[in-house]
Write a protein that binds this ligand. Structure first.
Ligand code: HEM
Length: 518
C-alpha cells in the first residue's frame, strides 16, 4: 500500500514537473517568436551594424556631452527612420515632418518612453509622466487652468520678476563679458514659483536657498542618470551613493511643496470664514486676488474628492520642473542669437521703441499682441535651438512610419533639432531669420515641420504661458540694453540632455540703451 502511494506521489510530481517545464518552454518559444518578429521588423530599417545582446551600446558609449552630437549627426545623413539597438531595446529615430505627424498626431501613441521613469520619484505620475486614463483625466482637469483669462493675471508676475532681473543686470551693463544664463534662469524660477504655488521664493536675491539648490541638483542628477546606463538600476544607483543625495533633495522638495499646500489650504479656510469682509474690501480697492495654479487645484479638490494632497503635489512639482528650465533656455537662446545678429536686434529695438518709447511702464496684454517681431525672433530661436531637443514615445500599438511597420515596445524618438533644420521646409536652415514666421511663410510649410512644444494631443499645456513669459522677459532686457554675444555660432558647444543649453553658459556683453536705463 505504502509502495503504491509512493509511486502515485512520484507520478504526480513528475506530471507537475513536466507541466511546468512545458509551460516554461512554451512561454520561452512565444517570447522567442515575438522577439524574432521584432528583430526582423526593426532590422528592415537602416542603422549601424549591431552586436547580439549589447546592440549598438559601443557606438553610443560616448561621453554624455557627445550623445547629442552623435544623435543629430546620424539623423543629418538620413531622411528616413533610423534604427539603433540600446542593448536589447529598439530605438527608432525620426526627423521628417511626415514621420513626426504619424507619431505625434495619433491618439494611440501617447505613452512616454521609459527614460521619464527617473523623474517619477520627484514628479510622481503627474501630467508630464502619467499614461492612460490618469493622463486623460488630468489633462481634462488642468486644461482650463491655462485659459487665456487666467494667464492674463500672471502678466503682473512676469513684469515684476523681469524688473528685478533688469535691476540686477543694470549693475553688469558695463560692456564686460559675463554669463547671463544664471540671471535669466533665476528669474524664470521666481516666475514659476509665484504662478504655480502663489509664493515668492526670491531666487534672484537668494540663489543659495535650500529649495532653489534642490531644484537644480535633482534636475542635474536625473540628467546624469539618464546618460549613464551603469547607474540606472536602483540598486546600482544606491551602491554608487547617488540615491542618498537624491533622497535628500526629494525630502527638501516634497517637504516644501506639501507645506505650501498645507499653508494655502489653511489660508483658504481662514479666508472662507471671513469671506464677506474680504469681498467688500476687494471691491473698495477695485482689486481681485490673483489665483495661482495651486489655488485652482485646491478649488478642484474641494469639488472633486479624487484629488488628494499627493495628486496636487505631483502637478505643482511638474509645473516647477517643466515650467522654468524650458523657458530659461528659450529666452537665453533668443538673447544669444540677437547678440550674434545686430541688424535683427536693431529691428527688434525699433518695434519695442515704437511701443514703449522711453517709458519704463509694464508690458500689457495689448502690448503682447503688438510684439509681432519679438514673437517671431522667439519662434525662430526655438526653431534653431528647441529647449526640448528630443521627444520620445514608447509604442503600445504597432505604427507604420515611412511605410515600415514599427513593432510594439519600440521607443520612437523625434529629433526635433534635426527636424527643424530640414532645408526643404526651412531653406538655408542655419540662418537666423525671424521672417520665416510671417504668416505667409508659415502657410507654405508642413504643419509638423516645427514642433518646439510638441504637437497633437500630448503637446505642451504651458505653451501660451511660455510665450507670454518669454515676450515679457526678453522685451524687458531689450528695452534696457543692447546685447553682444561673445561666442560665435561656429564655436558654440551645445549640451543636449533633457534641455538644450550652451555648454559654457551664455556669455554676453551688455550696454545700456541711453535714456531708458534704470
Ligand atoms: C519655452 C518653454 C517651453 C517649451 C519649449 C516646452 C516644451 C514642451 C514639450 C516639447 C513638451 C512635450 C514633452 C514630451 O512629449 O516629451 C511639453 C510638455 C509639457 N509642458 Fe511644456 N514647454 C515649455 C514651457 C512650459 C511651461 C511654462 C509649463 C507650465 C507652466 C509647461 C508644462 C508642460 C506640461 C505639464 C507638459 C506635459 C503635457 C502632457 O503630457 O499632457 N511647459 N512641453
Amino acid at each position: 500500500m505504502a509502495l503504491l502511494l509512493g509511486r502515485e506521489a512520484v507520478w504526480w510530481s513528475s506530471l507537475v514537473t513536466y507541466s511546468l517545464v512545458t509551460v516554461f518552454l512554451a512561454a520561452l518559444l512565444a517570447w522567442f517568436i515575438k522577439r524574432q518578429k521584432t528583430v526582423w521588423m526593426i532590422e528592415k530599417l537602416p542603422g549601424p551594424p549591431s552586436l547580439p545582446i549589447i546592440g549598438n551600446a559601443l557606438d553610443v558609449n560616448v561621453a554624455p556631452r557627445d550623445v547629442f552630437q552623435t544623435i543629430t549627426g546620424v539623423c543629418y545623413m538620413l531622411k528616413r527612420p533610423l534604427r539603433v539597438w540600446l542593448g536589447p531595446r529598439p530605438l527608432v529615430l525620426i526627423s521628417t515632418s511626415e514621420d513626426t505627424e504619424v507619431l505625434l498626431s495619433s491618439p494611440k501613441h501617447l505613452d512616454k518612453s521609459r527614460d521619464y521613469n527617473f523623474l517619477h520619484p520627484w514628479l510622481g505620475t503627474g501630467l508630464l509622466t502619467s499614461t492612460g486614463n490618469k493622463w486623460h483625466s488630468r489633462r481634462k482637469l488642468l486644461t482650463p487652468a491655462f485659459h487665456f483669462k487666467i494667464l492674463e493675471d500672471f502678466v503682473e508676475v512676469f513684469n515684476g520678476q523681469s524688473n528685478k532681473m533688469v535691476q540686477q543686470l543694470t549693475e553688469k551693463a558695463d560692456g564686460k563679458a559675463f554669463d547671463i544664463f544664471t540671471n535669466i534662469t533665476l528669474c524664470t524660477l521666481d516666475i514659476i514659483c509665484e504662478t504655480a504655488m502663489g509664493i515668492n521664493i526670491n531666487a534672484q536675491d537668494n540663489s543659495d536657498s535650500e529649495y532653489v539648490n534642490a531644484v537644480y541638483r535633482i534636475g542635474a542628477l536625473v540628467q546624469y542618470r539618464q546618460t549613464r546606463p551603469w547607474i540606472q538600476p536602483d540598486f546600482l544607483f544606491k551602491l554608487f551613493g547617488y540615491a542618498k543625495l537624491h533622497d535628500e533633495y526629494l525630502r527638501i522638495l516634497h517637504g516644501f511643496s506639501y507645506s505650501t499646500i498645507e499653508n494655502r489650504r489653511r489660508e483658504r479656510e481662514l479666508a472662507a470664514a471671513t469671506k464677506k469682509e474680504e469681498t467688500n474690501e476687494d471691491e473698495v480697492i477695485g482689486k481681485k486676488k490673483r489665483l495661482a495654479f495651486l489655488d485652482l487645484l485646491l478649488n478642484y479638490s474641494e469639488t472633486q474628492t479624487t484629488l488628494t494632497n499627493e495628486d496636487i503635489r505631483e502637478e505643482v512639482d511638474t509645473f516647477m520642473f517643466e515650467g522654468h528650465d524650458t523657458t530659461a533656455a528659450a529666452i537665453n537662446w533668443s538673447v544669444y542669437l540677437l547678440g550674434c545678429h545686430p541688424e535683427i536686434q536693431a529691428k527688434l529695438h525699433e518695434e519695442l521703441d515704437a511701443l514703449f518709447g522711453d517709458s519704463d511702464r509694464p508690458v500689457t496684454m495689448a502690448d503682447l499682441r503688438e510684439m509681432k517681431y519679438t514673437e517671431n525672433c522667439i519662434k525662430e530661436a526655438l526653431r534653431l535651438f528647441p529647449s526640448v531637443p528630443f521627444l520620445a514615445r514608447e509604442l503600445r500599438e504597432e505604427a507604420v512610419i515611412d511605410n515600415h511597420r514599427i513593432p510594439v515596445g519600440t521607443t520612437v524618438m523625434v529629433v526635433t533639432y534635426r527636424l527643424h533644420r530640414d532645408p526643404e521646409q526651412f531653406p538655408d536652415p542655419e540662418r537666423f531669420d525671424p521672417d520665416r514666421f510671417l504668416p505667409e511663410n508659415v502657410a507654405k510649410r508642413h504643419p509638423y515641420s516645427y514642433v518646439p512644444f510638441s504637437a497633437g494631443p500630448r503637446n505642451c499645456i504651458g505653451q501660451k504661458f511660455a510665450l507670454m513669459e518669454e515676450k515679457i522677459v526678453l522685451s524687458s532686457i531689450m528695452r534696457n540694453f543692447r546685447v553682444e554675444s561673445t561666442t560665435r555660432r561656429e564655436d558654440l558647444r551645445i549640451l543636449g540632455e533633457l534641455i538644450l543649453r550652451p555648454e559654457n553658459g551664455n556669455v554676453v556683453k551688455l550696454f545700456p540703451r541711453s535714456a531708458t536705463v534704470g
